[in-house]
Design a protein around this ligand. Structure first.
Ligand code: ATP
Length: 453
């Protein structure tokens, strides 16, 4: 298209913003373009809670779908589950969360601020007011949200919002085993909300009190645990790389023995290089038979497996890859953010993997003319059954391209006046800004092949 305002040869990369400004820019873009809004903003906001806007809801869904595809759809040894969020104390008694899911809290006697003791840069100095030795003794604070089920706020009515999705898989072990006719090694996967009354939420959606997790419990014969642990560490690391996180910004870090929980014989974290340093995206843990044994003991139900081939009964060991969907979304956003100079102007572009991109295609009639609209609408209707599309007919075409670049849309399809004659349209690529002309009849197939989905 000759009058297109940008062309590949006019661009040259500039430095990606340094780490201090990157966060600010991504958070600004997220708000401006409808990825993530601070929650309850019209009432002054509600600290560290966020709402996912029209674009963010698509991105987050794509992250979860990509996980589900890799963990469930492309395998025959993993099945899904969607367990309840509200749960009785018995579950958390057995899992150990009522006793152990705590953070040590200290208060500064001078300024009255409260901190997580294990997060203090200097345990003798208040990071807020600078007072020396002003902290109270640490006390343990349970991170679970407690509520009451039903009209009476008695102890008998206490319920908890789950702080992780994992327990739903353990307490349904027998149900799933019987219903699915799987046998170890097999897994149960779940995506859903979890709640933790975090003392120090922050860093945008990195740590929030309400967040989404993507967890899988993989049940294996005990002697195969180590092999599967190593398998899942590698597989989960590679999943982020396949979806576009540069390997240099990703690492698999094995926990030191003193970091391990008492039941774990090995835990590794997939970490991403956030602007403030390395941070956990996902933990992969070799949990032994701890969870099934705890629930079997507390409930009195058998939670084991009878292997007919060998005529033996055993409690499977568990390998758990536990990821955060909202945290992963943030990492994908940070890794995708890029700026380059095009004809003296900064072009901001989210180089998201096509599988994650909120819109795969934007349909843009060159102008808002009655003659172009019907063709553009026809093009949109041809693409919508296949991929998520945006449709935008106002503003100069150059500005509309820039908007799609900021949303991470891999392809724009422009309908111009020639389209009325030759029944062809222009495809413009996000990353290179290269353009090509394609017949409308072949468009859907052509784009599907280019997207590679
Ligand atoms: P952290 O050490 O960061 O608090 P964790 O080790 O307690 O995390 P897990 O219990 O292993 O986290 O949970 C699995 C995943 O769930 C984490 O790797 C992270 O991606 C996500 N996650 C946990 N807590 C939060 C939170 N408060 N906000 C957003 N995501 C979270």
């Amino acid at each position: 298209m000759s009058d297109a305002p940008d062309a590949a040869d006019a661009s040259r990369p500039i430095e990606v913003p340094n780490d201090d400004t990157l966060m600010e820019k991504v958070v600004g873009l997220a708000k401006r373009r409808g990825f993530v809004f601070p929650s309850a903003e019209i009432y002054g906001g509600f600290r560290s809670t966020y709402d996912y806007g029209p674009i963010g809801v698509l991105l987050l869904r794509n992250v979860k779908d990509a996980w589900w595809r890799a963990m469930v759809q492309l395998r025959d040894d993993v099945v899904g589950l969607d367990a309840a969020i509200l749960s009785p104390p018995a579950v958390w008694e057995a899992s150990g969360h009522l006793r152990n899911f705590t953070d040590p809290l200290v208060d500064c006697r001078q300024c009255k601020e409260r901190f997580r003791q294990d997060n203090l840069p200097d345990p003798t100095t208040c990071p807020n007011c600078g007072a020396k030795d002003s902290f109270t003794e640490a006390r343990q604070f349970n991170l679970m949200f407690k509520t009451h089920a039903g009209p009476i706020e008695s102890d008998a009515a206490v319920a908890y919002l789950r702080p992780e999705t994992a327990q739903g898989m353990f307490i349904n072990f027998s149900n799933v085993l019987n219903a699915s006719r799987k046998k170890p090694p097999f897994g149960i996967a779940q995506v859903g909300k979890s709640f933790r009354n975090e003392i120090t939420p922050g860093n945008f959606v990195f740590r929030t009190r309400e967040f989404e997790q993507m967890e899988m419990e993989y049940f294996v014969p005990p002697e195969e645990a180590l092999r599967w642990y190593e398998y899942w560490c590698r597989a989960r690391h590679d999943w982020y790389v396949e979806l576009g996180i540069p390997e240099a910004k990703l690492r698999l870090r094995a926990h030191d023995p003193d970091e391990l929980s008492h039941y774990s014989s090995g835990t590794s974290d997939v970490e991403f290089l956030f602007p403030w340093g390395w941070g956990e995206l996902e933990g992969i843990a070799n949990r032994g038979d701890y969870d099934l044994t705890q629930h079997a003991t507390h409930s009195g139900e058998k939670l084991d497996y009878f292997d007919q081939a060998t005529n033996t009964r055993y409690t499977p060991h568990v390998i758990e890859p536990a990821a955060g969907a909202t945290r992963a979304m943030m990492a994908f956003l940070l890794a995708a953010y890029d700026e380059e100079l095009v004809r003296g102007e900064v072009r901001t572009v989210l180089r998201l993997h096509p599988r994650l991109a909120p819109y795969k295609v934007a349909v843009l009639p060159l102008s808002k003319k009655d003659t172009l609209t019907p063709v553009a609408r026809d093009v949109l209707a041809r693409l919508q059954p296949h991929v998520m599309c945006d449709y935008d007919e106002t503003q100069a075409i150059g500005r509309r391209y820039r908007r799609q670049d900021e949303l991470g849309t891999p392809y724009c399809v422009t309908i111009d006046f020639d389209s009325l004659e030759d029944r062809a349209v222009t495809i413009r690529e996000r990353d290179t800004m290269a353009q090509e002309r394609v017949p409308i009849e072949e468009l859907a197939e052509h784009l599907r092949a280019k997207l590679g989905l």
